[in-house]
Design a protein around this ligand. Sequence first.
Ligand code: WT7
Length: 651
Amino acid sequence: MSSDSGQAIDTLFQEERRYPPSAAFSAAANAKPDIYDEAFESFWEREAHERVTWFEPFTSLYEWNPPYAKWYLGGKLNVAYNCVDRHVEAGRGDRVAYYWEGEPVGDRRAITYAELQDEVVRCANALKALGVGKGTAVGIYMGMVPEAPIAMLACARLGAPHTVVFGGFSADSLADRLNDMGCEVLITQDEAYRRGNPVPLKTTADEALAAAPSVRKTLVLRRTGNPVPMTDGRDHWWHELATDGSPCAPEPMDSEDLLYLLYTSGTTAKPKGIVHTTGGYLVGVATTHNYIFDLKPENDVYWCAADVGWVTGHSYIVYGPLCNGATSVMYEGTPDFPDKDRWWEIIERYGVTILYTAPTAIRAHMKWGPQYAAKHDLSTLRLLGSVGEPINPEAWVWYHEHIGGERCPIVDTWWQTETGMVLISPLPGITTTKPGSATRPFPGVDAAVYSEEGNEVGPGGGGYLVLRKPWPAMLRGVYGDDQRFRDTYWSKYPNTYFAGDGARIDHDGDFWLLGRVDDVMNVSGHRISTIEVESALVDHRDVAEAAVAARADALTGQAIVAFVTLKGGVEGSVEKLEELRNHVAEKIGPIAKPANIVFTPELPKTRSGKIMRRLLRDVAENRPLGDTTTLADPSVVAELQDRGAAETHDD
Ligand code: WT7
């Protein structure tokens, strides 16, 4: 447990539960155990032929000039053709591509692949009329409507790179991204729905456009129908312009042509435009989607409950599933509108078989209680997925029991906006899963855990997650900023990708993600990861969610402050506080016992649902808050600051 072992992070938490695959699942699984035996080159070559239709075949598999990779060199393809047209040509036009469920109850659409093709063509013709062609940068600022994927696919059809900006972002954030990419056209909508209220996308877009002079034209979808300002000559209604359904040939693109930029909000600095290209990205997302979600396109109803504005939406709502000919569910609103069983009602209605969501959502459902899921028939579910943060073992087990009915394998998928595709995940039917572990690198992925000095940390030890070989969907840089690309990901170790996450590998070779390395705490010389202490807290029967941060301490260097959300109905008290501290001591040792615990109904999160521990550090230290612009709900930290002062407890 001591830090002089050469480990960058000490690991304390032991999770002993094991979930082997059932024989029936294994027998029918897309992935068979020998998938791990295939050589890197032959794996990625075979998958490229199997998953994707090429207009012209690639002539070489990859080229690696660190830190830049190219994949499927010489290949020509079109992403929209692969995601839409070829399924229609193969006679699958009647298959549903999206069951779309609007937030207002009863607002539903089923869109077949043939209809999707028609809509993509109309949108592409409209964009053409606005002067969009190969290489024209297009911004997309929309909610969870079918026209968001349609707009993305229309861009891909024309060879116009897009950047999707999450509909919850402000005018400033939108303008920054449009300016950085030099967008000429913006696709948006009048308003979106969120928890029953309209979100004024067009008005916000207008504000952004005042500061984004490169944008000449907009295409505006009518969603809510409420009046919005339209600027003559610049703004065009989707329903008026996207009427031409005459053929629009998919542009043959080079494997390495830009498909999209997606901006990751750093904590303070300006967002980075993560570059994703065409061939490798499509092969990477389609391959991982096929094996990790065990997709049977004729039977499955797949639901990735993320937002299209995040990379999860790009790779696993749009490009991966459509390339594989999947039938997906897409839901516009929040999980608690009009009530907290909305998700479960959707699963029952469409017979969803695969559900992919984030730990933050699972913990919200845990907090609300299992009675909402219990009201609905979830027996169609056969596989569950998790992404976005380390999943606390207790949340994993809750998901397994209350949503998966103890029969569904859970795939805890580790990846990043930068990686484009999942890189570490169980393969259902093969992997014996462990709550809290993302288990193994995907076939053809070379991941390892390094010490500060760059030595491989052995089984049981904690360190930094790295990737030693390129992978097809990897980022091709930070747009317009080569130096930042090198500094952020490639400067810690030579020719090795530094993910910025802590991890450990256990004695079976399974990976446990320990959170962002910036969040690691140092208590009396022990380097403790936040997730382990949080998981020990969530392990307590009364705790729904927990986040920990360190504050300076004269004696121990740093002391742990925990912020805890109790399950519905449970009251915070001095006794409860002691009980929780002792629970942590029992689970992982006295060293990790929080010095203070603050009870709070909500934790500060980013708009994508990640806990912002950086702000919790500010609260714990009683200092003014750093940058709060990426915060989903600023009132949460203000309240925490009050509580922090009122309820802290010291040894
Ligand atoms: C960061 C990337 C990848 C799509 C959504 C997030 C954390 C992601 C896991 C997981 C532990 C995870 C990491 C990573 N993360 N998945 N299964 N277990 N941590 O994309 O916003 O680019 O965030 O999310 O810290 O670096 P992103």
